[in-house]
Design a protein around this ligand. Sequence first.
Ligand code: SF4
Length: 481
Amino acid sequence: MMEQAPLSTLDRKQRLQIPPQTIPKQDPQERITNWDEVCLELDLDTARLEATRCIQCPAAPCTKACPIHNDIPAALARLEMGDVMGAAVKFRETSHMPEMCGRLCPQEVLCEGACVVGKKALPVAIGRLEAFVADQQRKHQGWPLPQAAPPTRRKVAVVGSGPAGLVVAEEMAKRGHAVTVYEAWPLPGGILRYGIPRFKMDKAMLDEKIEMLRKLGVQFVTNTLIGWDITVDDLFEAGSDAVFLGYGVSQGMKMGIPGEDLKGVFTATEFLVRGNLPPEHLPLQWRAPIHPGRRAVVVGGGDTSMDCVRTALRLGARKVVCVYRRTEAEMLGRVEERRHSREEGIEFMFLTTPIRLLGDESGHVKAVRCVRMELGQPDESGRPRPVPVLGSEFEIAADTVVIAIGYRPDRLVIHTTPGLEAEKSGILVVDPETGRTTRPGIFAGGDIAHGAEWVVTALADGKRAAAAIDEYLRRKELGET
Ligand code: SF4
């Protein structure tokens, strides 16, 4: 523990003089040889000192910028005093998974982006501190098991076990409703298990969360694709009083260029799950390991493409290139992810678009033919439209190509659920305040309700939908629905 006066006696000026603490990380050359998390555990003294940089702003802009409104100053005040468990409890009052949000949230555009200290120096490292206290609490006390209300005889089916689905399941179980979560993959967790690489989040914490939910009474049915194996109406006929749809957006988009069916060409989803997960956690058709060869090209500029380039490195590729059609300024992913990628040796090729994938005589990809781009007038996204430069074609040698240009929703549930309306894109029509869909008794949240976003926005959706489902069940009990 620190040998100094109680930190709470420090005034604002003294706090602002504390330098930002270094967040320990694995050395880049070391970490590309393993799958462990990049960021290492903080020690208590460092965590307390970093928390002491918080000047306890009365308006708490960090809290306002957090989609689930974590009481950040209160949590940091407890940590500053050495009350690690109290800080974890404070984060858990509003967050169902602070250890995951602390690792996965884009803090630079949320809490840390709003942090007043960040106006003149680095903001308080809120995300790492949140992860630290939550980790410490689980390490010493296990995942806290919430109190469940007496059984209500009401049943709720949750489709998809990603962050939104897990929050709804937890909230329903806490209120005494019987909950069954349906998951298409072999294990629960959705994007937290199958979309996030291990080097960003150790999956042991997800296993602990699932175990805690089982203890709370939540049932999980895996390897079951709703809309295919059973329908939403089957769930109602089997006794569900309400259904929550949180199945995300999982269909990897293709570029629509020749050569995408060559061997060695993968969607981001297939590449990430086969690269990151043990075979027994995967469907049979995806259990064969991926050997990317020496040269991998990943197309796309978001966080998923950063996950893919870094996975390719860890799978043994020696040269990994990220190809993106605009400049770095237009990239949508996190700066930190690009920094980590660069540290690990990833090359970036901006203003470049593939126009054809070339194969060898055995039908395996061997190169990517690209064209240079220049930026034109803004398109519908508000970013400058990339325009091909005539006569600028060139080739990049590649043993593996990963297409990471975005996801779209699977339409199985829409096609098999009468009365459930969706936009042209496949995103469900949902009341953002309640998660209600166009069919009574069916609610939705997470990416399928607004397109791909963050874990923390899925948590916020789950919380809102859980409250609305509970209200719906109450009214149903009274015969008002
Ligand atoms: Fe502390 Fe920053 Fe939040 Fe202010 S904005 S209360 S300094 S974390």
